[in-house]
Design a binder for this molecule. Structure first.
Ligand SMILES: NC(=O)c1ccc[n+]([C@@H]2O[C@H](COP(=O)([O-])OP(=O)(O)OC[C@H]3O[C@@H](n4cnc5c(N)ncnc54)[C@H](OP(=O)(O)O)[C@@H]3O)[C@@H](O)[C@H]2O)c1
Length: 366
């Protein structure tokens, strides 16, 4: 019997790569459900190729089809490749139904980390990260308890503006922000990589996934994107996970964890071809939104939900040509300043903070 997989966001970058990986592992997995946001044409093409039992188009229908796909009895693994807060309720439902969630949709953990971890505990579900940095941490931990860990160090490529002057970065165009030096990804995460918001989201994600305090999660800029994370253990030894940048490896590992299975599809690391690997500290002045995200994580409660919501609005506006790149951080800061953090212990509280963060950000972006 092969394992049934649901892919939420099958038309996106993570979704398409997941189908590529599954195509090489038909002896272990079969596709049960596919959902998309608005791209009906590609969804139809995928449905013809994979013949899943369930196909859902979320556009206009709210999140109902995501929950239906994620909680089917013939699904064991849910790959959540949705972008933004829209992925939250399906993650919660899947975990409550005892599924493994291969989680790319980091916004889910950022806005409702406590609720998500509780849903997993209560429902018997399991979260396995797809984000390459968190997959790297999981692989380095290899089952060791977090009490043996002193510190995590996540790497960041630094994005396309790492060496630009602040003035030039502030006026960067959409095409320049989407020109990521090492990764090919969806538009929103690519802009988040240019502001380093993506790394702030990942710090919060690591806090929840691995039970680390914020002062135990560091970030270092590593432009080659070959080392994905370091784990420093309490005895002073540090392990790293290394590969050429590809999402195929972390997706496959999230499907098969804790097992490793033979896979001929990804380019093997050749240290000589990888060349010199360099590391530098994050410059907080160059990436102001990164500091705002870390502070929101540390503040806790609804602050991360507001940070995320304001960022989603700011990025949407930037991509639509309505907000300069240099104002993204200011819009996030305005929303955070006006929203006093409150407890985030219910879904209603999280969704209200998300709505408020969006409202405040729209006001600030005018
Ligand atoms: N791409 C990567 O390499 C990468 C790496 C690490 C983590 N991640 C994370 O993975 C997630 C997905 O990223 P991505 O790059 O794959 O994004 P993407 O290419 O923009 O794909 C997003 C997917 O979500 C669907 N979608 C968007 N809004 C939706 C909604 N309201 N309801 C239901 N479905 C919706 C889209 O459907 P349509 O296109 O049909 O509208 C698409 O299938 C993000 O959280 C990102 O941070 C991505």
């Amino acid at each position: 019997m092969t394992v049934g997989v649901a892919i939420l966001g099958s038309t996106g970058s993570i979704g398409r790569t997941t189908l590529e990986v599954l195509g090489r592992h038909r002896d272990r997995f079969h596709v049960v459900a596919l959902t998309a946001g608005a791209n009906a044409e590609l969804l139809e093409e995928q449905a013809r190729a994979w013949r899943p039992a369930y196909v859902g188009l979320a556009n206009g229908a709210g999140g109902r089809c995501l929950i239906e796909a994620a909680t089917r009895s013939d699904v064991r693994v849910v790959v959540n490749g949705i972008v933004g807060a829209a992925g939250l309720e399906a993650t919660l439902a899947a975990l409550r139904a005892g599924k493994r969630v291969a989680l790319a949709n980091k916004e889910t953990l950022v806005i409702a980390g406590d609720l998500v971890m509780r849903a997993a505990r209560e429902g018997g579900g399991e979260i396995v990260p797809v984000d390459s940095e968190h997959s790297a941490v999981l692989q380095c931990l290899a089952g060791r308890g977090t009490d043996e860990v002193a510190r995590l160090i996540l790497t960041a490529s630094g994005g396309p503006f790492r060496t630009w002057s602040p003035e030039r970065t502030a006026a960067a165009t959409v095409a320049e922000a989407l020109n990521h030096p090492t990764w090919r990804m969806g538009r929103k995460i690519t802009v988040d990589s240019a502001t380093l918001v993506n790394k702030a989201l990942e710090v919060i994600e690591a806090h929840y996934l691995f039970g680390m305090r914020y002062d135990q999660v560091d970030v270092v800029v590593h432009p080659q994107s070959v080392v994905h994370a370091f784990v420093e253990f309490v005895d002073g030894s540090t392990l790293a996970q290394v590969s050429f940048p590809t999402m195929e490896l972390p997706i496959l590992y999230a499907l098969t964890h804790p097992e490793r299975v033979p896979d001929a599809g990804t380019r093997r690391l050749d240290p000589v071809a990888a060349g010199a690997l360099t590391f530098e500290a994050v410059d907080p002045a160059r990436f102001p939104a990164y500091g705002l995200g870390r502070a929101a994580g540390q503040a806790g409660g609804t602050a991360p939900a507001v940070f995320n919501a304001a960022n989603e609005v700011a990025v949407e506006r930037f991509l639509a040509g309505q907000l300069p790149f240099g104002r993204i951080a200011a819009v996030i800061e305005a929303a955070l300043t006006q929203h006093p953090s409150a407890p985030a212990d219910t879904l209603a509280a999280v969704l209200a903070a998300d709505a408020e963060g969006r409202r405040l950000a729209r006001e600030a972006a005018c």
